[in-house]
Write a new protein. Structure first.
Length: 115
């Protein structure tokens, strides 16, 4: 499966962005999906995940109430709405699919939040 993230960019603190992840090569409908991010000089971290039926979501504490992950299985796409962005949200955001218990990432999209 190929995952292509888009929607990143430069935004001022307090602004919003919506990330999209288009999957190809395999239907995502039976898999858990997630967004990770990697800030400069830091390890990649799990930001949000959503199970196959959208019945369960996980959020990193620092993004709770500001970010929302969603999915459209018919469009084979995962989204993340990011509001009230802060400089510490800066990083490369990666979409991921859980295959065989292992997260597989696609190409990332850069999010830069200026203060």
């Amino acid at each position: 499966v190929q995952l292509q993230a888009s929607g990143g960019g430069l935004v001022q603190a307090g602004g919003s962005l919506r990330l999209s992840c288009a999957a190809s090569g395999r239907s995502i409908s039976t898999y858990d999906m997630a967004w990770f991010r990697q800030a400069p000089g830091k390890e990649r971290e799990l930001v949000a995940s959503i199970n196959r039926s959208s019945g369960s979501r996980y959020y990193l504490d620092s993004v709770k109430g500001r970010f929302a992950i969603s999915r459209d299985n018919a469009k084979n796409t995962v989204y993340m709405q990011m509001n009230s962005l802060q400089p510490e949200d800066t990083g490369v955001y990666y979409c991921a699919i859980l295959l065989g218990g292992i997260w597989n990432w696609g190409q990332g999209t850069l999010v830069t939040v200026s203060s």
